[in-house]
Write a new protein. Structure first.
Length: 492
């Protein structure tokens, strides 16, 4: 730990203990971020930020208290711990029930994201040079009226100490990049993004991800597709079989599986940004969430892949785990913490409590919520060839879902009408809608492992004050039968 913080944990834990805390933990977080962007050939954003601070979380009289500070002096540390205790005592006066934590063994550990190239060893000038080349390539396509690119790196180093004896050091690297080509014509805007919308692709990797994404190599195609959408036919309206590409299925999982399985939402402890959940407790192990082909897991382990929800331990010292969420279509699990696990009969937390930074209270967050690929060999092209008439949806453009995560509507940047097993034509403004459980029960095919990608969502918001966190969603393209298509677009 950076000097002079080596004594920080004992100062805080001792203060909390002396003031009657029955549990206490301390997190010290050192965070460095670089964010770069271009917009039509000019630098749109260039920042390199650093923060260092700590927080103290305590239980006193059966209630939580939390306080944080960037001042690492002994007086500040002890005062912050004392403030956390005072907040807990005040909270205890209005508590509805006692906070009880399921047991967790004390751990001493040191873990770092596997990476090949530390992204902060690559110069800002080199980063910007690549973005400017991509930007120029996008704008070289006649009809592209706006080009935007971005590249982001983060190094988060955290030390966790608890009154139960845990001492955990973790260092996490995150890399993300992507770009968008916009084409304005008449009264219509069309766009194409790569490798995904809303920031591109993000993973727990080093700079090597930038090379893997082949950003420059795909720029001209993306620009051409954005322009071509203006002359494409409007997506038809009606009931169709639909195929979702890997990235769109990832967002479908995020919104209609990931958020409703957050146990704090289910219990009414959290409702900001995404509301509550239709997945009330009696539905656990009784609700047929999807067809028998639907198998979804919440997996924070390294072996699942370099997702933004991958770590060794969560922010209360619980090891990364894999929790079956939907098993052969049956709803089998929630995202839980040490406090909420007993409400569903668990003797151990699912290890999903995380905080955006040192000055935020950890809350239940998605890890990598992924649908497992099909066991039988099946490519996207084979899936298309076995579809008589349908719509293929690619790259999310918009989404809407109610505050219980039940009724939804999604739009994508581009679509293809499929006829007789072939892509017959490109269609613009494609959209589809449905009810969560009806939709997942209509899935009748999913591609195999070769088509599976672990997508990163860097901007999931939750909590008040808001916490923006990264989550991962692994998916292969999949087909859904008889889905309502096209109703989001009303032509003039």
């Amino acid at each position: 730990m950076p000097a002079p913080e080596k004594n920080l944990a004992p100062w805080a834990l001792d203060t909390a203990s002396q003031r009657s805390a029955t549990y206490a933990d301390v997190r010290v977080v050192q965070d460095r971020s670089r964010a770069l962007a271009t917009k039509n050939g000019k630098i749109g954003n260039a920042s390199d930020s650093h923060s260092l601070g700590f927080s103290v979380r305590v239980i006193v009289n059966g209630a939580w208290g939390f306080a944080a500070s960037a001042d690492m002096s002994r007086n500040s540390v002890e005062a912050t711990a004392a403030r956390a205790v005072d907040i807990a005592k005040a909270s205890a006066k209005v508590k509805q029930s006692e906070v009880r934590l399921v047991p967790e063994k004390a751990v001493t550990a040191d873990w770092t994201t596997p990476y090949k190239v530390d992204p902060f060893t690559i110069s800002v000038e080199q980063n910007l040079a690549l973005l400017e080349k991509i930007d120029a390539e996008l704008r070289s396509v006649a009809g592209v009226t706006l080009a935007e690119t971005n590249m982001n790196f983060r190094r988060e180093e955290q030390w966790f100490f608890s009154s139960e004896g845990s001492n955990i050091h973790q260092t996490k690297y995150v890399t993300g990049a992507g770009y968008v080509a916009y084409a304005f014509a008449g009264t219509e805007i069309q766009k194409r993004s790569y490798p995904n919308s809303f920031g591109g692709q993000w993973q727990n990797k080093g700079y090597e991800l930038i090379d893997e994404l082949k950003l420059l190599e795909n720029a001209r195609r993306i620009g051409e597709e954005a322009v071509a959408l203006h002359s494409a036919d409007q997506c038809p309206e009606g009931v169709f079989d639909i195929i979702l590409d890997s990235s769109q299925l990832g967002l479908q999982i995020h919104e209609s599986v990931g958020h409703p399985i957050e146990l704090d939402r289910v219990l009414g402890m959290e409702a900001n940004f995404a509301g509550t959940s239709f997945l009330t407790l009696e539905k656990l192990r009784t609700l047929q969430y999807g067809s028998e082909l639907v198998n979804v897991v919440a997996d924070a382990r390294q072996e699942h892949g370099p997702g933004l929800g991958t770590f060794a331990f969560d922010d209360e010292g619980v090891p990364a785990q894999c929790t079956p969420i939907i098993t052969n279509g049956l709803f089998t699990g929630y995202l839980s913490s040490r406090e909420t696990a007993p409400t569903i009969g668990l003797e151990r937390s699912g290890g999903t409590l995380r905080a955006e930074g040192w000055n935020r209270l950890p809350i239940i967050r998605m890890t990598n919520i992924s649908i497992l690929p099909g066991e039988k060999p099946l490519t996207l092209e084979q899936l298309i060839s076995s579809t008589d008439h349908g719509i293929l949806f690619q790259t999310n453009r918009s989404w809407s879902i109610d505050d219980k995560r039940y009724n939804f509507q999604f739009g994508t940047e581009i679509g293809w009408e499929i006829k007789n097993g072939k892509r017959a034509r490109v269609v613009k403004n494609p959209s589809y809608s449905g009810i969560t459980t009806e939709f997942w029960n209509s899935m009748d095919a999913i591609c195999s492992r070769d088509e599976w990608t672990l997508w990163g969502t860097p901007n999931c918001g939750k909590g008040q004050p808001q916490q923006v966190m990264g989550t991962g969603h692994g998916a292969s393209p999949a087909r859904f039968r008889r889905v309502k298509v096209g109703s989001a677009y009303k032509g003039t």
